[in-house]
Design a protein around this ligand. Sequence first.
Ligand code: ZN
Length: 475
Amino acid sequence: MLKPALEPQGSDPALLDRLAAIVGSPHVIADRDSMTDYLVEPRGKWPGSAHAIIRPGSTAEVSAVLRLCQETATAVVPQGGNTGLVGGQMPMDREIVLSLRRLDRVRAVEPMSNSIIVEAGVTLARVRDEAEAVDRMFPLSLASEGSCTIGGNLATNAGGTAVLAYGNARDLVLGLEVVLADGRVLRGLNTLRKDNTGYDLKHLFMGSEGTLGVITAAALKLWPRPLDEAAAFVGLRTPAEALDLLALAQKQAQVTSFELIPRIGIEFTTKHAGARDPLTEHHPWYVLLDAASSTVGGAAADIGNVLEEAFERDLIGDATVSASIDQRRAFWRLRESLSDVQRLEGGSIKHDIAVPLSAIPTFLAEADAAVERLIPGVRVVAFGHVGDGNLHYNLSQPLGADQASFLGRWEEVNAVVHGIVTRLGGSISAEHGIGQSKRDLLPEVKDPTALALMHTIKQALDPKGILNPGKVLQR
Ligand code: ZN
């Protein structure tokens, strides 16, 4: 077990001066008000406490900062757009926050090799725009794309709504530039599709949540833009029917997203987010299906064929296919507002689980019964990337319940739901990572040999334990 002997932060009064000499004094932020932006995370669950925010403007500056932190045994928390959902980007104990937002250059766009090289602080939305400007597509798709950054997306191996067709963030990467804990720079920004020269080190850093190195730039894969895209909003009776629809759709169409939405999700979004119910009748469950095609009009035609057969087999109750780009966007706005609207219904206890696809109906049946036994009247809002076997199994407090006492049962509820997930061979963190949130749960669910190897790798790459201490692994 790693036991870093770190200096208490702020014990060296000259440290901030030395950091300012590297990044320039305007980029050392130490007053409380200006730090707020970096110390409040989206869930309001892990308040941050930092000695200072350091904003380097280049890889060389990141390297110099880490060399200094290594020398002075100063703990560092790397941070991108501060949109993470497990507290991984939050300093816990007056560490220094290393904000990568100023590393925001696009270094190269190469449509011929279907690649783009961007620095860590470039937002996901901008990468997508840059790709589109050269008639290409970068498929990573998250509701936070306007503010999350590529460095954070890769450090957390983000998932999102396009994993079904294109994979997780780590699958979209050709090469990385990473600054190590001692300030050395690992220069791996190649755009090769094939490079079989030993250990593929880039994958160590993706999903490490800033505990093994700081990603400063990435060479990303681009894809040809599909000629046509369309979406369908489908009403059905059960999650099992959704899985049958998925199998049918994947046979007949190029399915890029397949998202499950419960009736209560439609009620929340129509009430709080101004969404319009896409279907006239009410259904217990809905699927938002997105498809692409390489022929004009092909996506809608393929979806039409899928739905026709699904009706014939009595798999679905009703469906509507997007007739315009605006309508497709409206479907997606409804889906993407699902996370936010739960806040307006009181307390919400979250899970980010995955189980094998075939176990989705069993998981839902067992978990629904278990949480109702624990908290009668609890409102289950189970939604998300069912095509990947990944659900955000969130629980809104019973109507009229006391928010604080409901949220006080977070761990107890998690334990019951995670118990079912583990029994079904699933994961307790499908796409959000471990951070602070699930660090102490990891030893219970991870293979002991895998966990021991994780500690070995951490020790080898960060022997002083200065990189994001207390995240992912227990100290
Ligand atoms: Zn998600």
